[in-house]
Design a protein around this ligand. Sequence first.
Ligand SMILES: Nc1ncnc2c1ncn2[C@@H]1O[C@H](COP(=O)(O)OP(=O)(O)OP(=O)(O)O)[C@@H](O)[C@H]1O
Ligand SMILES: [Mg+2]
Length: 290
Amino acid sequence: MAEPTPAHASVPSKLPEVVRFNKVTKAFGAGANAKVAIQDVSFVVHDLPDAGELIAIVGPSGCGKSTLLRIIAGLRPHFPATSGETHVFGKPIEQPGSDRGMVDQKYSLMPHLTVAENIAFGLKLRGVGGKERRDRAHDWAQKVGLDGAEDKYPSELSGGMQQRVSIASTLILEPKILLMDEPFGALDPKIRMQMQELLVRLWREQQSTVFLVTHSMEEAIYLGDRVMRMAAKPGRLVEELQLPRPDEPPEVMRKRPWFNELTQELLQRLETDAPPAGELPGLEKWQRHA
Ligand SMILES: Nc1ncnc2c1ncn2[C@@H]1O[C@H](COP(=O)(O)OP(=O)(O)OP(=O)(O)O)[C@@H](O)[C@H]1O
Ligand SMILES: [Mg+2]
């Protein structure tokens, strides 16, 4: 079977692999009624020394972004794939695991538990004792800017605060792979930028590999080390683009002309389902600037 091309040409292939998809197809239903969600998707994410990669996934509605994420997470009905190989850390994916954590747009908080209890919930399931749970939940509430809100219930929180609880409750478990499905979709632009910065900070601390599905080209370019562009009908991976890491806050970077050039080009490629078109123009200016 053909080897998927490593996304980083410069990455020595002997580095351990975090995720490998090889010709992965997922169809829902069978026979004439089968609906192909993704077709022949291949990519590799390596375990870079001291730096988890952030992969932004973009593409039109229905191109299979959530399907791809949920296969990595081992979540049904998307998992298992209909054909192809799906590996994490060199082993076939068999089920959800503590090495992977998912944050989605729905927040999935437990309404009858306080902020602190929600944040600590996964620790409780893992048998971590009460005192340690409370201490760690308190640390995480601070990290995501929720100190003072620890005894509140989800219904008393704004959307942005609920999303922080959701992120903290996933990150507290220190997953090596963080899967985020449009996590900031429901937030207003200002809170959204704050959350982007928070995510960059936390991710640098944890050095996990992050897959982030987003409909915002700016977010993909700002946050992504790599952008996976997908297209629909059938859902497929069209191209992978490498990007530098942000060295400025999002509100500063988004005003730079080259940043605009990059986002416009990516948007254009996405809207026209353009075939693989190589590096984004504007990238050199960013690199020169950095
Ligand atoms: N449980 C399911 N049963 C049948 N078909 C499904 C199921 N989940 C997804 N699909 C189909 O698979 C395709 C890909 O869906 P998916 O949710 O992965 O797309 P997406 O890129 O995440 O879209 P969006 O941007 O709207 O969230 C769609 O055509 C969808 O209708
Ligand atoms: Mg989706």
